[in-house]
Write a protein that binds this ligand. Structure first.
Ligand code: PMP
Length: 435
């Protein structure tokens, strides 16, 4: 049992001294003191099943990751200006998971920093800062990343799109401009990107980069129709631009069939950004690119990153890759994810509130609607369910423009028993809501 500060003290201090933009989950916030596998424990020792944290990817406080960090931290931590085995061993292992063309790895400290560097690489390579982004997307908290995130610049407190940023429609087969997950919608969505490229050209500009998550996270746990990225990548490249795949949320085997979510769309990006799960909670991230793009970044200006690629982060990143392999986590994500989606579809047959179930592996979205024909979003019911889950010690959150999508992306330690527990509580909640 925790002997630390009372929850109210922490809340008051945060409000006064930690900046008012810091947000909390739940009206009565939780205080967590320990984590293990797919579970978090509060100050009373109560276990909560964590179904949202895709950062502690191989499980909260995985012993192998913890040991790797502890051992290296006790021995040496310094920067990349000295030779060290860890950075080359880690880069080699990480690059081995990527398509051959993606042969250069730059290590940074957060997903935002990775995207920030990706934009710099793209600008150096294409000599253009014109950026195409997908509606609803979030790519990070820095200036350039906010400018690349319609979720932020079109959301509360946002200042709209900067002149160099061009938003294309969200390829959402359930609620988007073109409906259905089929080759025709993929082409229709890709054509709308081509239109933007042509408009740019007509105004005398050239596309620099297209950035897109390989599966849409913040925009609503959306699986783009097969064929979308291949068609868009080809349009962007024909116009002289480069294609950035943001794998910050969805990478490292979560999709169950591949290590990288872009592989499910059968494309090879020019730049890939990695973050969140890469260090199982330790702040690290990476940018992976081609030799040609990396060479364009050699302008005479040094690139130095104080913490990026330090021996401790590399040891931790290496341990994460080892655990994914040793514990067969990609296959596990597929099996558990398919099981969960199956059960969710059975509930969908019984309860009208469930409008759509979609996902790949352990990345799943459940979209709740008041009416299946009009698809009017069941926002209140979704938020009621999240609170109901909390009362049953399950942590979940909502996603999408209307906050009517249950977002499921648990640590990969999440298993079949956990799935059963979740389905049981979900059915209790759906029953209560239908009465
Ligand atoms: N890209 C995506 C898709 C993300 O979801 C996030 C974080 N939510 C980021 C980038 C930014 O990562 P970070 O918070 O580590 O800077």
């Amino acid at each position: 049992v925790d002997s630390g500060q009372a929850k109210d003290n922490i809340i008051n201090y945060r409000k006064k001294h930690l900046g008012k933009t810091l947000s909390l989950s739940y009206e009565t916030p939780l205080k967590m003191v320990r984590g293990q596998g797919a579970y978090l424990f509060d100050e009373q020792g109560t276990p909560y099943l964590d179904m949202v944290n895709n950062v502690c990817h191989v499980g909260h406080c995985h012993p192998k990751v913890v040991a790797a960090g502890q051992q290296q931290l006790a021995k040496l931590n310094t920067n990349t200006r000295y030779l060290h085995d860890n950075i080359v061993n880690y880069a080699e292992k990480l690059l081995a998971t990527m398509p051959e063309q993606l042969s250069v790895c730059m290590l940074v400290n957060s997903g935002s920093e990775a995207n920030e560097l990706a934009f710099r690489l793209a600008r150096c390579h294409t000599k253009s800062k014109e950026l195409i982004v997908v509606d609803g997307a979030y790519h990070g908290n820095t200036n350039a990343c906010i400018e690349a995130s319609p979720y932020k610049f079109n959301g509360p407190g946002g200042e709209g799109a900067q002149p160099h940023v061009h938003t294309v429609t969200l390829p959402d087969p359930y609620r988007g401009e073109f409906l259905g997950d089929n080759p025709d919608t993929a082409i229709a969505y890709a054509d709308s990107v081509q239109k933007t490229i042509v408009q740019l050209q007509q105004s005398g500009k050239k596309v620099g980069a297209f950035i897109c998550e390989s599966l849409q996270g913040v925009a609503g746990q959306i699986i783009m129709p097969a064929g979308y990225l291949p068609a868009v990548y080809s349009h962007v490249r024909d116009a002289g631009g480069v294609c950035i795949a943001d794998e910050v949320q969805v990478g490292f085997g979560r999709v169950g069939s591949h290590m990288w979510a872009f592989e499910t769309q059968n494309v090879v990006p020019d730049i890939v950004t990695l973050g969140k799960p890469i260090g199982n909670g330790h702040p690290m991230a990476a940018v992976i690119t081609t030799q040609a793009i990396a060479d364009s970044f050699v302008t005479g200006m040094e690139y130095f990153n104080t913490f990026g690629g330090n021996p401790v982060s590399c040891a931790i990143g290496m341990a994460v890759l080892d655990v994914i392999e040793d514990e067969n986590l990609i296959a596990h994500a597929k099996k558990t994810g398919n099981y969960l989606q199956d059960k969710l579809r059975k509930l969908q047959d019984k309860y009208h509130l469930i409008g759509d179930v979609r996902g790949l592996g352990l990345f799943i979205g459940v979209e709740l609607v008041e009416d299946r024909n009009t698809k009017s979003p069941a926002t209140e019911q979704t938020s009621w369910l999240v609170e109901f889950f909390k009362q049953h010690q399950i942590l979940l959150s909502t996603e999408g423009r209307f906050y009517n999508i249950l977002k499921i992306k648990p640590p990969m330690a999440f298993n079949i028993n956990d799935a059963d527990k979740f389905i049981h509580v979900l059915e209790l909640g759906l029953k209560a809501l239908s009465q």
